[in-house]
Ligand binder design. Structure first.
Ligand code: GLN
Length: 537
């Protein structure tokens, strides 16, 4: 059977949930027995988002193979419950880098290198790689940005070409748009959708389905109007009103008949009936009233919650699994340095310090770790959050006042966190960290080992610095437990404070492997300890 492709384009504005829609559609198809894969095409020129500020781009989602990718891959993995690889995300930067490298090698000797066909061929080659690598029957491809962006033109052109090359019956175009609401007249408008479909048409693509996102109920007349003006079947106009929980999206798409419709249009036959019970239970749980447990998330990109997307989702998964609501208090660590936001921190029953880079706000995070340690407030430190928990320990338990990471103070006398040896000679910033899945051996009887109920785990990493082994013994003598170590014994992967209800730091990022139906054990550990402190469990 030839591979089927579903392309997701965006119209009107970005950030309307194209990624979640593609992820949910993937689940609809997986539930019908198909092997699906998902890919995101990012039209920006960076080679990957690894070098971009979270303010610009949101979280960088890390895969097993160490690829630093767009946060939409997090949605795909969480909704469809799959593990993706490097081929599932590429950028204009990667496409050009490849074509230019070939040109320098002389592969095109004599030729003039052009957007069509050289760039579009490379785009098509990379789309084709997904099915080759994964054996997927259906590949869902999301194109970043909105139709009409200069950057996305070569991508759209490549999709247009693919339609003829792989056969029209194997390609389906879903256009996700936004219906603005005009407060003065109380109505939703379809005109921007019509314009974005016109823009898509001008490059030779006619959408087969329109998913009309809106914050307000979309009545039937509006659906008729979109069908008429945009030349799609009425059945293929899917209104999608904003839901209180993302995890309701698959259920809504199913109710709207999207799953059956897609396979009918692709000429496929389902091999099994979808089972929505676990999802319905999950959504019911989200909607039912639950005791709230306040968790302080002390970070530096808190104005943009997308920067901590997976951390937020992992907290939600864990909270739901024990029947509570994670009420996240977003605290800017720099505020703590100025004596601000302490009330919010003190009102919380758990503290989480997520990953990060650079020195801004570091001292505030160390203060949060100190507070959690001294007041015995449950604490989970993720990567940087583990490193800072060790710095607090060195400063305030061991008495090394100037203890620091060489990331923030190169000349500290007590570099308890230091650059990994392999990192010392590296000068390029992009893609050069310790990235991806590495094993970690758990110490029997530790908080971490009990939480995981495993002897060894594999977790995803993204860091340059590590715990300095010269200090290991001294830390251990004074009440730090290194409960997770790399199999060769060289790298501290998990540290925890003894005689504390739950103070655990991980050099890796457990948040990337949390799933709605399989919350991450360490997040569950944090939530359980916090719920206990709050007196609700
Ligand atoms: N900046 C730290 C390092 O590079 C922590 C990285 C992180 O939190 N992802 O090791």
């Amino acid at each position: 059977m030839s591979t089927k492709y579903i392309f997701f384009t965006g119209g009107v504005v970005s950030s309307v949930g194209k990624g979640v829609t593609a992820a949910a559609a993937g689940l609809l198809l997986k539930e019908r027995g198909f092997k699906v894969a998902v890919q995101k095409l990012d039209p920006y020129i960076n080679v990957d988002p690894g070098t971009m500020s979270p303010y610009q781009h949101g979280e960088v989602f890390v895969l097993d193979d160490g690829a630093e990718t767009d946060l939409d891959l997090g949605h795909y993995e969480r909704f469809i419950d799959i593990r993706l690889s490097r081929v599932s995300n590429f950028t204009t930067g990667q496409v050009y880098a490849e074509v230019i490298a070939k040109e320098r090698r002389g592969d095109y000797l004599g030729g003039t290198i052009q957007v069509i066909p050289h760039i579009t061929n490379e785009i098509k080659r990379r789309i084709g790689l997904v099915a080759k690598e994964t054996g997927a029957e259906i590949v869902l491809v999301e194109i970043g940005g909105t139709v009409g962006d200069i950057e996305s033109q070569p991508f759209m052109e490549a999709l247009r070409q693919m339609r003829n090359e792989v056969g029209r019956e194997n390609v389906y175009f879903v256009h996700v748009t936004w219906l603005p609401y005009i407060g003065a007249t109380g109505e939703l408008k379809t005109k921007p959708t019509q314009h974005s479909v016109a823009a898509l048409r001008s490059i030779g693509i006619s959408p087969n389905m329109i998913i009309a996102r809106s914050d307000h109920p979309v009545n039937d007349d509006l659906g008729d109007k979109i069908a008429l003006f945009c030349d799609v079947e009425k059945r293929a106009v899917i209104p999608m009103v904003t839901t209180p929980t993302l995890y309701e999206v698959p259920l809504l798409l199913e109710q709207a008949g999207v799953g059956d419709f897609l396979i009918e249009k692709l000429g496929l036959k389902a091999t099994r009936k979808p089972d929505w019970k676990p999802w319905q239970r999950l959504v019911d749980k989200v909607k039912s009233p639950k005791p709230a447990v306040k968790i302080a998330l002390v970070g530096k990109y808190v104005e943009l919650q997308d920067a901590y997307m997976s951390v937020r989702e992992a907290l939600r998964h864990a909270a739901l699994s024990i029947g509570v609501e994670a009420d996240i208090q977003w605290i800017h660590s720099a505020d703590l340095e100025k004596g601000k936001s302490w009330d919010a921190l003190k009102a919380a029953d758990g503290v989480i310090v997520p990953g990060g880079f650079g020195s801004r706000g570091i001292e505030g995070k160390i203060l949060a770790a100190k507070y959690a340690r001294e007041e015995k407030v449950p604490y989970l430190g993720l990567c940087l959050g583990m490193q800072l928990m060790c710095i607090d320990f060195a400063r305030n338990v061991l008495g090394y006042e100037d203890a620091n990471s060489t990331e923030f103070d190169r000349s500290t006398e007590h570099p308890v966190i230091d650059l990994m040896i392999e990192q010392r000679a590296i000068t390029d910033m992009g893609g050069t960290m310790r990235l991806g899945l590495y094993p970690c051996v758990l110490q029997k009887g530790s908080v971490a080992a009990k939480a995981y109920a495993e002897k060894q785990v594999d977790e995803r990493h993204r860091h340059r610095f590590e715990f300095n082994n010269a200090y290991r013994e001294e830390f251990e003598r004074n009440g730090m437990v290194f409960s997770g170590i790399s199999p060769d014994g060289k790298l501290v992967e998990i540290s925890e404070v003894a005689d504390h209800p739950f103070m655990v730091g991980t050099q890796f990022h457990p948040e990337f492997l949390s799933r709605p139906h399989r919350p991450h054990p360490l997040f569950v550990g944090l939530m359980k300890a916090a719920a206990k402190r709050a007196g609700v469990k």
